[in-house]
Design a protein. Structure first.
Ligand code: CA
Length: 232
């Protein structure tokens, strides 16, 4: 029985009903909001486990809502957007959204995204209590103290940038990271959002990490948006 409370923010009644009906079948509890103002009020008063957020609302832009929520909470936010433009998704992710879903979506897809977010949260809560000294995901193991990565017990020979990339993805396992976020974290002050270089480093990292390049197991590409390490 899923007792977690989900906040559904959507001004379109039909879509809102589709979402809440889907949640009901899985025994999630939910509250709804049809405007940005109501969304913020519900987020404050109910502290939901997950927020499903439509970006196009009558009174406020969804990105603004994310920014407001992020001033006081890290609650997971999954953006649901009718806009196909990548820039909206990227703005939402950069503002602190955890994942996104593009309309039209299937109910299976919606439920899968909710489960991914829940797993990510559980993984984070498991990691949070102490500073992690190792990270394990499937056959991948990172030893932060030694600065080494292992796959099936074999050490991976990574360049410093590949190792940094892998650690960044691991730290955010389950979450989509945008190109801008990654390049800023990796290159810091010498940052110039060089996505082409990032692609090259990602390709060499994957060659070492993924046994099958055509069906990557660990690192998922979000075309035009960024990358995510999957929680295995
Ligand atoms: Ca809308």
């Amino acid at each position: 029985m899923n007792k977690q409370l989900i906040l559904v923010v959507e001004d379109d009644g039909a879509v809102r009903n589709l979402i809440t009906t889907t949640l009901e079948t899985q025994h999630y509890r939910f509250v709804t909001a049809a405007t940005g103002q109501a969304a913020i009020l519900e987020a404050v008063s109910h502290n939901p486990a997950i927020v499903l957020l439509d970006l196009g609302l009558p009174d406020m832009d969804g990105v603004e809502i994310i920014q407001k929520i992020r001033t006081w909470s890290t609650m997971p936010i999954i953006v649901i957007s009718a806009r196909s433009e990548d820039t909206d998704k990227i703005d939402a992710l950069d503002a602190g959204a955890d994942d996104y879903l593009t309309k039209p979506f299937s109910v299976e897809e919606l439920l899968a995204r909710i489960r991914v977010t829940q797993r990510r949260l559980a993984a984070l809560q498991g990691i949070m209590p102490a500073q992690p000294i190792t990270f394990e995901n499937g056959d991948l193991k990172l030893d932060y103290a030694a600065g080494c990565a292992y796959l099936e017990g074999e050490e991976l020979h990574l360049t410093p940038i590949e190792y940094k990339l892998l650690c960044l993805l691991a730290k955010n396992v389950g979450k989509v990271l945008t190109h801008t976020y990654i390049t800023k974290e990796i290159w810091g002050s010498s940052w110039n959002n060089d996505v082409a270089s990032l692609r090259v480093f990602m390709a060499t990292l994957r060659k070492k990490l993924e046994s099958r390049a055509d069906s990557p197991q660990y690192i998922q590409t979000h075309v035009g948006v960024g990358y995510r390490m999957l929680k295995l």
